[in-house]
Ligand binder design. Sequence first.
Ligand code: 1GP
Length: 250
Amino acid sequence: MVGRIEKYLLEKIESQGAIHITLIDPEKVTSSQASRIASKAKISGTSAIMIGGSTFVSGTHLDKIVKAVKRTIKIPIILFPNNVTGISRYADAIWFMSLLNSADPYFLIGAQVLGAPIIRRYRLEPLPMGYIIVGDGGTAGVVGKAVPVPYNKPELAAAHALAGQYLGMRFIYLEAGSGARRPVPPEMIRIVKSYIEVPVIVGGGIKSREQALAAASAGADIIVTGNIVENTEVKQKVSEIIKGIKSRRA
Ligand code: 1GP
């Protein structure tokens, strides 16, 4: 059941304590920019590349980006789809995710039913993940018709996460929304982590070493950053975040 990429992620978490993944939004970059970001992030120590965004991107453009990144680096490429249009045959794996606090059944199970046969045909490795939007939720919250979990209700986030784990999801993602003014509070990460055994992914608005350190110290297993690689200082920024993750207090 556990595939190659899942094994890779679990082993990395086991040996390093917490890891970093770089998110590339295909809508915001050309294929050469995507390759440049991926190679610099890889040199700085990122463990995998996620490709996806909240709004529409054409299948041809997505394929081009994935292919370009694949040609450049050897670390896994994991799709982060907002819909069935976010699937590319050239990736290694896909977060097979359900937006647990969506009010729209399409984002809970509808898109998954449409996407599953395509994933099978493309032989992509599905990584079962429960996605929970917290705080103000940003674009992902609006697009996914989420009822975001307020930052002052960490037990509610934990209840969603636990329900996801009991349904068989093997990763839980706490999403503050890309570019969030406030990342997921460490207290929320800590409480979620104390409820569940599966790895916790945290992303949205993490821009500094201190924020990465706070998330990792609270128990995040995977820290995702997207926005910070969209400027020119990719190497320096990713190194800074990874230094934060590595200096965490266990
Ligand atoms: C968004 O969690 C990711 O889906 C990353 O957010 O772009 O703010 O780093 P940022």
